[in-house]
Design a protein around this ligand. Structure first.
Ligand SMILES: *Cc1c(COP(=O)(O)O)cnc(C)c1O
Length: 366
């Protein structure tokens, strides 16, 4: 039995008739950019998250860059985030012209450790970009307190957390502004690139809308320095269709995770720690083991493809090494990059596949 690590095509086939009909209608509509499908997606997704405004953009990296620009964070400003994340998180801060300052994570959740924020704080700190990694909320209570105390903007990177909640509230509705990627493998994925920004702040939403299209306030009048990061109608149409099934798909991911949690039984492997107040949507199911490379190879031989998110922390990437600013040690970040493994996780995994993976893992010996 072959098991892929991710499988965005399977989701297309699940909704094939609906998606092909929708896309075909777009093709015949004579409206391909920023039409009704984008408007509907912005309306429906922001309602789903529980905020007033949504701004569709071209991808998740742009969502972060544009959100920071709308907050007027740029040259000379610092944004605190983690090194244990997608490169996109940090690339977006630099694209906005600001300076990323990286701090260490907590070993339970793999998200930013609020105790490290103090080390990173300077007179230039303007925001904390919190990443809700793997599908569960970071330690938001402490981070919110810190932002209030030092008057910082809380920006959420929700690219791995569509539909996730903390204390019953959806992620993406808690910070001043939030950013989502809808890359095909994400919990809400397009069939191409896409992203969306959510906020309750009218002025910020309006600024994001302007920045995503040349800074236009009205057509041909650029009142802000903008760029092009429009969302297209085909992707918006697909996202609108898939949004209807997001809760169902997240439940499916949670069922698979529950099976992994309760049935994986191997002294060398630690399953994820989930906080009671979190509704985890398992974008990734990440185990921790001292024998990571060995386990990865072993699974591969059994045709089970696992992944590593992420094998090289940002501060060790060639483009950032010896240049990126770090506050405190990145001990946990360095440690986990050598110990973590992402097991196959997507709603379309079959019971047989899940069983096969669990049995394989339980038989793993060093
Ligand atoms: C996927 C992802 C992004 C970037 O999204 P793109 O759509 O690829 O630009 C940003 N942050 C995190 C945490 C992600 O997982």
């Amino acid at each position: 039995m072959k098991v892929l690590c991710t499988n965005p095509g399977a989701q297309f086939y699940n909704y094939q008739t609906e998606i092909e009909e929708g896309v075909s209608n777009v093709l015949r509509s004579n409206s391909y950019i920023m039409g009704n499908h984008v408007k509907n997606f912005e309306k429906d997704f922001s309602r789903y998250i529980g905020v007033k405004f949504g701004v569709g953009v071209a991808n998740g990296t742009d969502a972060i860059e544009i959100a920071l620009r709308a907050l007027e964070i740029g040259q000379g400003d610092e944004v605190i985030t983690v090194s244990h994340t997608a490169v996109a998180t940090v690339a977006a801060i630099e694209a906005a012209g600001a300076k990323p300052v990286l701090v260490d994570i907590d070993l339970n959740s793999y998200t930013i450790n609020p105790l490290n924020l103090k080390d990173a704080l300077t007179a230039n700190t303007k925001a904390i970009l919190v990443v809700h990694l793997y599908g569960q909320a970071a330690y938001l209570d402490d981070i919110i307190d810190f932002c209030e105390k030092y008057n910082l903007n809380l920006v959420e990177d929700c690219s791995q957390a569509h539909g996730a909640k903390i204390n019953g509230k959806r992620l993406g509705s808690i910070g001043k502004i939030a950013c989502f990627s809808c890359y095909p493998t994400k919990n809400l994925g397009a069939l191409g690139d896409a992203g969306i920004i959510t906020t309750n702040d009218y002025v910020l939403a309006e600024k994001c809308k302007m920045i995503r299209e040349y800074g236009w306030k009205t057509k041909f009048t650029s009142e802000l320095i903008g760029r092009n990061s429009r969302l297209d109608e085909i992707q918006a149409c697909i996202l609108n269709i898939k949004l209807k099934y997001l809760d169902k798909n997240n439940k499916q991911r949670r069922n698979i995770a529950e099976n992994y949690n309760s049935l994986i039984n191997n002294q060398f492997i630690k399953t994820p720690v989930v906080r009671d107040i979190n509704y985890h949507v398992y974008h990734l199911y990440v185990v921790y083991t001292d024998f990571r490379d060995q386990l990865l190879e072993y699974l591969k031989e059994l045709d089970i493809l696992a992944g590593i998110h992420y094998p090289v922390p940002i501060h060790d990437q060639p483009a950032y090494k010896n240049r990126i600013q770090v506050a405190g040690t990145l001990k946990n970040t360095n440690l986990v990059s050598r110990k973590i493994l992402s097991l196959p996780m997507y709603p379309e995994l079959t019971n047989n596949q899940v069983e096969y993976i669990i049995q394989a893992i339980n038989k793993f010996k060093t």
